[in-house]
Write a protein that binds this ligand. Structure first.
Ligand SMILES: NC(=O)c1ccc[n+]([C@@H]2O[C@H](COP(=O)([O-])OP(=O)(O)OC[C@H]3O[C@@H](n4cnc5c(N)ncnc54)[C@H](OP(=O)(O)O)[C@@H]3O)[C@@H](O)[C@H]2O)c1
Length: 268
């Protein structure tokens, strides 16, 4: 076991991707603060981590869609100088059609996947940039790049997380703070069942187990990647998509419309 690397605050640590990250980060030498709603599951998880790694594991039960709970976690992230890593992971899926969706359900998804992620990332960024070190890992999804194939609000929330991470990285460059956006493909966790989706209907070759997914994401962190897509065989495919996007930049804001939009004016 390595020396302490400070404390990692992990949201959604009671199960799935967050639970595996918590175990792996403790094995890497981090003390951990485990955040989710289910205090009993968190306590079991903390006991396992302590027994397996000897690291300290604190439980912080919080519903991140509740303003007071979210404020408690953001305050801790802003003020606790021992925290050196935020894993911004808690999220919910959805299977509902967008038209006519239950708006309270949409709000809950946005509260967790967008608002909480934003408050937590901003608070950690303030703490880490002041002390000139720290790591912020935001869990997005490959659906940020493939919005045609799943629920609209969920895909949009994950596109938000990717965009947030890219801009955060630009703002924090040179401050000693690392940002990583992780874009998992379909990963075998409870998220499917919670969203009312039968994951066994998908081809098994599309579904990754959670341990290899998290280990790949951590390998991406070690490689210094800003964006890690654990399934993608050739990172050059992402790099070329990103290069094409960046190549648009000089033409995205100009003082006159493009020629193809001028023909209508002649007719008028
Ligand atoms: N699994 C996939 O296929 C997949 C693919 C791409 C991206 N992702 C992303 O990866 C992240 C983790 O997903 P997962 O698959 O591990 O999901 P999961 O197995 O359903 O776990 C979600 C975690 O978030 C916590 N959580 C849910 N609602 C919460 C709330 N209101 N306040 C605080 N914590 C809450 C849950 O604990 P409690 O119920 O105890 O609160 C649990 O620990 C999510 O952001 C998800 O969008 C997942």
């Amino acid at each position: 076991m390595s020396n302490s690397k400070g404390t990692a605050l992990i949201t959604g640590a009671s199960t799935g991707i967050g639970a595996v990250y918590a175990n792996r980060l403790a094995k890497r030498g981090y003390d951990v603060i485990l955040v989710a709603r289910d205090a009993k599951r968190l306590a079991e998880q903390a006991a396992r981590i302590k027994a397996e790694t000897g690291r300290s594991a604190e439980v912080m039960a919080a519903d991140l869609t509740a303003k007071t709970d979210l404020a408690k976690v953001t305050k801790r992230l802003r003020d606790d100088q021992t925290i050196s890593l935020l894993l911004n992971n808690a999220g919910v899926g959805s299977n509902a059609p967008f038209a006519g969706a239950d708006l309270d359900e949409l709000d809950k998804l946005i509260d967790l996947n967008v608002t909480a992620v934003t408050h937590l990332a901003s608070s950690a960024a303030a703490n880490f940039s002041a002390k000139k070190s720290g790591t912020i890992i935001n869990l997005a999804s490959v659906l940020a790049l493939a919005p045609e194939i799943a629920s609209a609000a969920y895909c949009a929330s994950k596109a938000y997380v990717l965009s947030l991470s890219l801009t955060m990285n630009t703002e924090l460059t040179g401050t000693g703070v690392r940002v990583q956006a992780v874009l998992p493909g379909a990963t075998r966790t409870e998220i499917w069942e919670r969203a009312g989706i039968d994951v066994s209907k998908y081809p098994p070759e599309m579904i990754m187990d959670v341990e290899p997914m998290v280990d790949a994401a951590l390998a991406g962190l070690d490689l210094g990647e800003l964006v890690t897509i654990p399934s993608l065989p050739d990172i050059a495919d992402w790099e070329s998509l990103n290069a094409d996007r960046l190549a648009l930049r000089p033409n995205l804001s100009r003082n006159e419309p493009a020629a193809r939009y001028k023909t209508a004016r002649v007719a008028a």
